[in-house]
Structure formats: C-alpha cells, structure tokens
Write a protein that binds this ligand. Structure first.
Ligand code: EPU
Length: 344
C-alpha cells in the first residue's frame, strides 16, 4: 500500500500524449512524469523496477509514432541548461541538457557566430534525441560536432559518459538505438563548435540559395537552410508528421549497378566501404505514392519520404499506410525500406 501511494504521488496518471508527439496522435500513457532534474532519476527508476513497469524516454516526440495507448511510464526528458565547458582559439565547447529544444540551441550558436550546427537548423526535437539517430541534413551530421554524450545507465544505476567514438555513429544510427536502447537516460550532450566557421554549402541547392543572400554569414546560411526546409517539408506545428518516415537505403555497389541497369536515373550517393545510399523519396515516388492521400493520412507532395497526419488519423492508420508504401517499394524494386521513426 505505501508503495502505491508513493507511485501515485510521483507520476501523473492516464495522461494524454497528444502534446508530446509531433504526429499529433491522441493516445494515453498509464503513467507520466516530467524529468526536470537529474536528482529525480534514481527514485524514478527504483519505482520502475519495483513495479516492473515498461517505460519510454521521450524528448519532444518528433520521431515517434504511437499506435496504441502505452501501459507503462513515459519519462518526459525536460532537463534544461546550457553551459560553456571550454574555450580555445579555434574551438568552443558547450554542455547542453537533453531537454533543451534542438533548433533553439542551433539558433543561439548561430547568433554567437559559432559554426558547426547551422546546416541542422529547424530540425524538430530535443538536444538529447540528436545523437540517438545522429540527425543529419544538408551534408552535415550531428556526430561531426558531438564531443561526448552523458547519461544515466539503468543497468549500472550510475552516470556514464560516451566519447564520440563510443557512440557508434552511422547514418541515422548510434549505440543508443541498439545496445543502449531503453538502458540509458541521456542527460546532456557536449558539442564542439568552430570560432572561425566554414560554410558547408555543397549539398543540393544550398550554394545557389546562399549565394543569393545579401551577405554570406552563419545567419544567412541558417536562413538558407530554413528556407529550403520550409519549401520541401511540412511545418510540424501545422501538420502532424515526424520528418522522414523511412531511411535512405544503403546498398552495395553491385546492387546499385544492377538497379541502375533498369532505372538509370535512380539517385545514389557513394558512402563508406563502397556502399551506396539511394534515395527513398525517389523509390516512393516511382512506386506511385508521391502526394497520395488516404483519408487524413498522406505523403507530403514535395517530399514523399515524409508521412503526414492531415487531420485526425490514428497511429494505426498511419502505420498501415506506411506498410503499403513499403510493400509497393519492395514489390517494384526488391528493396525493403527501413523505418527511421520509432513505432510503439
Ligand atoms: N527525390 C525524389 N522525389 C522527391 C524528393 C526527392 O526523387 O519527391 C530525390 C531527388 O533526387 C533528391 C533526392 O531524392 O535529389 C534527395 O532528396 P532530399 O535532398 O530532399 O533528401 P532526402 O535524402 O530525401 C534526407 C534526410 C532529410 C534531410 C534531407 C536534406 C533521411 C532519411 N532524410 O532526405 O532528413 O532534411 O536529406 O539533407 O536521410 C529527417 O530525417 O526527418 C529529414 C527530413
């Protein structure tokens, strides 16, 4: 009995997650807590262990599709704070708490004229989520700026640090999605930024738009990225979405050659170990799914890799829609699209 009272005091019960996922899915979590200070963590995890609760650690829910109510505890990572860690001639480092908003932090670094993150402007989500899927856009990945990731290890009940190398970063990959999934609460990330920024403008139309700006500086590069994103991607405040739903498939050079014999215009970008990253948006478009809508679920007309909740779709409806796309792509190209979004 005392245990139950403690549980009731600590956690909010039957809590709607509508405001906590950018797809705008109205599901309910049995228990919910805002994690606002690291001193709460061990107490929360003791309760989780005692009650044998399932749990999810949620940032801003921008990479998540809920298909059902969650019969466990949602830990909303709301840890806040930004501090300077070190400052050298070329480089400056910041420790940023996991619950800080990603783009607000990027905006700050640009206003201070520290380079490194500007190409990752306007990506929805929290700082703590950024290393989990190694967010990337316009030729830059967050791994290029991460010094270390700090968190609370659930198996060890202690705070741990992962150096950049220990994070196992790859394309939309890290050990936080694999071995450490549900075993770590990321508390902060330390970033390295450049005091003499170098503009990275070689991706797609970035250079063209950037060169049209009155001045070429970090702010106008951030503006360029924001402009390009806005022209191609839905605003999460207006339309329910979670950015790219699928990852771009990475295939061998041999497979790529084979596919190109039949579809010569398939875009491919050479990556590590002779592998080729091909465009999932292209595969989806060629499978006939660009701009398609079924009820209030659809693909975004300018970027079919993004699935959109135009109204009141359920998570199951969106999931079923995504599986139809996946099957079409598989039937036509023999390629199984991997999801970028987490499905619960
Ligand atoms: N394409 C089409 N049809 C389309 C759109 C694109 O065929 O309707 C082809 C074009 O050939 C284009 C290529 O796909 O050149 C690549 O398109 P884009 O530059 O839009 O990038 P992406 O590979 O589709 C990735 C990220 C995005 C990121 C952009 C820009 C993934 C899964 N997605 O998309 O990230 O904004 O690059 O760097 O890697 C996200 O992860 O949520 C996200 C939006």
């Amino acid at each position: 009995m005392p245990g139950i009272i403690k549980l009731l005091e600590m956690f909010i019960q039957n809590y709607s997650l509508l405001a906590h996922n950018t797809f705008g899915i109205d599901v309910c979590s049995k228990f919910f807590i805002h994690l606002t200070h690291i001193s709460q963590i061990s107490g929360i995890m003791d309760e989780v262990a005692e009650r044998n609760l399932d749990f999810i650690i949620l940032g801003e829910g921008s990479n998540m599709l809920f298909t059902r109510d969650f019969d466990g505890l949602v830990i909303h990572n709301s840890l806040k704070g930004i501090e300077k860690v070190s400052e050298e001639e070329e480089e400056i480092q910041f420790r940023v708490s996991a619950g800080e908003n990603w783009d607000a932090f990027v905006g700050m670094t640009v206003s201070w004229n520290y380079g490194g993150l500007e190409n990752l402007s306007l990506i929805p989500g929290s700082v703590g989520a950024s290393p989990v899927q190694n967010i990337g856009a316009y030729g830059v990945e967050v791994k290029d700026s991460v010094v270390k990731v700090e968190g609370y290890s659930l198996p060890d009940s202690s705070f741990v640090t992962f150096s950049n190398e220990e994070c196992g970063f790859g394309y939309r990959e890290s050990i936080f999605k694999k071995k450490w999934k549900n075993r770590l609460i990321i508390t902060s990330v330390v970033f390295r930024l450049q005091r003499n920024p170098v503009f990275r403008i070689s991706y797609g139309e970035v250079a063209r738009v950037f060169e049209q700006k009155k001045e070429q500086n970090l702010q106008s590069l951030r503006d360029t990225i924001i402009e390009i994103r806005r022209s191609k991607l839905p605003e999460v405040k207006e339309y329910g979405s979670a950015g790219s739903f699928f990852k771009n498939p990475v295939i061998s050079a041999g497979e790529y050659r084979h596919i190109r014999e039949r579809w010569p215009d398939i875009p491919g970008y050479e990556g590590e170990n002779g592998m080729v990253k091909i465009s999932a948006a292209w595969l989806i478009e060629k499978s006939g799914w660009k701009g398609v809508r079924e009820g209030s679920t659809g693909t975004w007309p300018q970027q079919p890799l993004v699935l959109v909740n135009y109204g009141f779709s359920s998570g199951r409806e969106i999931f079923k829609f995504s599986e139809k796309i996946r099957k079409s792509v598989y039937d036509q190209f023999g390629i199984d699209l991997g999801r970028e979004v987490n499905v619960y």
